[in-house]
Write a protein that binds this ligand. Sequence first.
Ligand SMILES: Nc1ncnc2c1ncn2[C@@H]1O[C@H](COP(=O)(O)OP(=O)(O)OP(=O)(O)O)[C@@H](O)[C@H]1O
Length: 237
Amino acid sequence: MVKNAVEIHDLHVVRGGRTVLEHLGVSIGGGVTGLLGPSGCGKSTLMRCLVGVQQVEAGSVTVFGEDAGSPGLRARVGYVTQAASVYDDLSVDENLRFFARVLGVGREHVDRVVDAVDLGDHRGQVVGRLSGGQRSRASLAVALLGEPDLLVLDEPTVGLDPVLREDLWALFHRLAERGAAVFVSSHVMDEAERCDRLLLMREGRIIADGTPGEIKEKAGAETVEGAFLAIVRRDAA
Ligand SMILES: Nc1ncnc2c1ncn2[C@@H]1O[C@H](COP(=O)(O)OP(=O)(O)OP(=O)(O)O)[C@@H](O)[C@H]1O
């Protein structure tokens, strides 16, 4: 199990003249860590910092001891954005074989990741004709090709039906059990319970950090959503 996959210190990000992340500090280790907060609170921006594609005003982000985005991290970090990152005019198989070549991994990995995301029945189908959920699973399959030690998943379950959501969360836990650090964002509070550790975010700051149980207990709330509201009200008082 990875202990401190990610170390963030005093991270400050301004986008479009607005402060989006405010002197944020946090470490992320093994297991499934959820980043939850309302739309626009800065989740995607934080994830972009982890993979080294966000311009930052101040602070540092290291991943496995190296600066985020370093070439040495390329094979160790898998990143799935909200937009599908596969080619629409290629089939699932063709996409995976192409990315396997780019990443320098053997073809046998294609079978593994197709099974992992349960796209076996759609291998030969052109991605442009898949449903939104199937397309996001194809993107996830690409991210799994290199067997990353850190998986950064930006709202991977948006638009998926409850059964697929359940399957994907089970997959995240299987990956974490095999030793990967899995960092998943969501703005759906009912996904919180599925995380080993939760970071609640609001307006560029982390306002709670703990297991779902710890966060609820500390806030005196029955649900994570209730805890979020209680913390916001307490902060405003
Ligand atoms: N390219 C950009 N230029 C300027 N500002 C941006 C840009 N992208 C995002 N922002 C702003 O940064 C803030 C944080 O956006 P971000 O996408 O990180 O939020 P989020 O929590 O991921 O939201 P969502 O859940 O809706 O995806 C928002 O106020 C947004 O308007």
